[in-house]
Ligand binder design. Sequence first.
Ligand code: ADP
Ligand code: MG
Length: 206
Amino acid sequence: MALLELKEVEKIYRQGKVEVPALRGVDLLIDKGEFSSIAGPSGSGKTTLLNMIGCLDQPTKGEIYLEGEKISQLDKNQLALLRRKNLGFIFQGYNLIPVLSVYENVEFALQLLKDMNSKEMKDKVMEILAAVGLAEMADRKPNELSGGQKQRVAIARALVKEPKIVLADEPTANLDSETSTDVLEVMVEMNQKLETTFIFSTHDPF
Ligand code: ADP
Ligand code: MG
């Protein structure tokens, strides 16, 4: 069974009387442990597609299955729970909490989900920060980091709760090409080490 399956997914945005078709029948199969990219120019529907997979928005038509379970028809509360347990998100603009340290940003993701004692939680957070090369920077605030370092924090935050899928919407769009390569390499490394499935979007042609 595929980890994720999309069947003829359509999305039409309605703005008053105007209909904007963003996805016109997308079929997609993703297996556990895959590292997949969605490439296309601005406006091609990458964010829309990731939002459907991420249960942040629902298709106008078509079905989405996660581990065989149809998720395209769950209600808001079921979707929120499913999202919290199964999905990690990485955004172009990092979306770190500015008043929290690197450590606290990652810990916060875990506090929302898992019933762990503080020692277990600390070990888990420090382990993932070390894995993305940020153990030394645990006490810094986001504004004391480079763009690449901020994105590593976001990767750690997405991974710390051991989600089934990490969705990354243009995670390298704000970074120079060298830093982009570094950040992609960290994602590939985490994919190989943890077997987490990654789906990321990019407007760069390959
Ligand atoms: P990408 O992420 O590849 O740049 P998007 O998924 O953001 O593409 O957008 C796909 C299309 O859907 C575009 O034509 C965009 O203008 C339109 N669109 C995206 N979000 C909305 C929205 N909330 N309301 C109306 N149209 C939207
Ligand atoms: Mg987009």
